[in-house]
Ligand binder design. Structure first.
Ligand code: HEM
Length: 395
């Protein structure tokens, strides 16, 4: 029954951000359907989470309407022009129905008009050359550099859009979707979104967007909103996946050997397994449009469900030894890219980044050891699991 167990998911518990998996495991075992103080229902088991993602009885919630409703609270006594709602208004993962379908087709068509095989392979070489003479290296910086160099080749960034500016923007965009965000943080985001308009150039991506969206009633700010979500979705998740994957592989001599000796098929299997294991987007949200029954409990229409993607991906009922990276796991129905109509539009690109990158990157990073004097630093984000620093030292 919902709410009877003493096991409770609490993202404010000490050490939660260092490792949220122990509480996911306990929740799956003893309290897989929880209710929080705001009435949200949190689900932890694969059998509950996965079917919701492709059920027509559930919709995504509107992030932009949420910001509209919070406007007075967030901007009370400030002169800042509110830009949170505008920036998030055309984010695909918060749109339903016809507008979602049409926009998804348009963005998908544009994304796949680029030669990502070439862009990714060039970025791998560029990244390795850039870090060649480093004595100390942060895997987070390494991954950021790599993803940024793919991104800037297609999205159209102004010259002053340095890696750090883009990273700040992307991180703020990721945080805007998180739970329990403070008013100060929303103000910081708003400021960043306002400044962010200056990052994008009138490049090829935007021209293609205008062309594909001919007939849509879109304003200039709508194009900015789409550029913003493409940048965030591309940069943030890929960077988090690559960072945690590289760190985990380098921490294990047997996994490192596996990568160095793997053929293409083995790298593909390992890529899928790394994405399951890292699950950069740990949760997502759905709202039911009619009453639903979950494991014998009825939930009225309009209930907000927080779906534990990362927890479902470690469910021992579906995955054998779920907390290990098993490089040759052949049956791997993970939901790290989601499922159903909102399934990740960039999954193919994220897979290619790993398939082209893993082997040369691990070969290069073997010249370094994990710097045990400098502990890992994790970001304090609930929805997106982010490694902020993972230091290596040359052998
Ligand atoms: C390992 C890397 C990635 C992971 C784990 C990931 C994960 C996800 C997940 C779980 C969703 C679905 C969210 C939901 O249903 O609520 C999603 C949606 C999306 N992703 Fe990714 N993503 C990754 C990389 C990328 C890349 C490289 C792009 C390229 C632009 C991208 C673009 C998108 C877009 C546009 C959506 C919204 C799709 C829609 O709502 O129709 N993602 N992603």
């Amino acid at each position: 029954m919902v709410g009877e167990s003493t096991i409770k998911w609490n993202p404010f518990a000490p050490d939660y951000f260092n490792d949220p998996y122990p509480i996911y495991t306990l929740s799956r075992q003893s309290n897989p359907i929880q209710k929080d103080q705001f009435g949200n229902i949190i689900l932890f088991k694969y059998r509950d989470v996965a079917p919701i993602l492709d059920s027509p009885d559930f919709e995504v919630s509107s992030l932009s309407s949420y910001f509209e409703s919070k406007k007075d609270y967030i901007f009370q006594n400030t002169a800042q022009c509110p830009f949170l709602a505008k920036t998030t208004s055309k984010w695909l993962m918060y749109l339903n129905g016809d507008i979602h379908r049409k926009l998804r087709i348009a963005i998908g068509k544009i994304l796949f008009s680029y030669d990502f095989d070439r862009l990714i392979q060039e970025a791998v070489q560029d990244c390795i050359s850039h870090f060649e003479d480093y004595e100390e290296l942060d895997i987070v910086d390494f991954s950021k550099y790599f993803i940024y160099h793919i991104l800037k080749q297609f999205i159209g960034l102004k010259d002053f859009a340095s890696l750090e500016n883009v990273f700040e923007f992307s991180n703020m965009a990721a945080r805007s979707q998180d739970l329990f965000v403070s008013k100060q943080m929303y103000l910081k985001m708003n400021d960043c979104f306002l400044r962010g308009k200056g990052l994008f150039a009138e490049g090829d991506f935007k021209a293609k967007l205008i062309n594909e969206l001919d007939g849509f009633e879109f304003e200039e700010d709508d194009y900015y909103s789409i550029l913003a979500i493409t940048l965030m979705a591309f940069f943030e998740t890929s960077k988090d996946n690559l960072t945690v994957s590289l760190y985990t592989i380098l921490s294990s001599p047997s996994l490192s050997d596996y990568v160095l000796n793997a053929n293409k098929k083995e790298i593909k299997l390992l890529t899928e397994e790394c994405i399951r294991y890292t699950s950069p987007l740990q949760f997502t949200i759905r709202i039911n449009i009619k009453e639903v029954d979950i494991q014998g409990t009825l939930f009225p229409a309009g209930t907000r469900f927080i779906l534990g993607l990362a927890s479902a991906n470690r469910d021992e009922e579906v995955f054998e030894s779920p907390s290990e990276i098993k490089p040759n796991r052949t049956v791997n129905p993970h939901i790290a890219f989601g499922k159903g109509v909102h399934i990740c539009l960039g999954a193919l690109i994220a897979r290619k980044e790993m398939e082209f990158g893993l082997k040369p990157m691990v070969a290069f990073l073997q010249n370094f050891n994990i710097n045990t004097m400098q502990p890992l630093r994790w970001g304090n984000q609930i929805f997106m699991r982010t490694l902020e620093s993972a230091m290596l030292k040359r052998n």
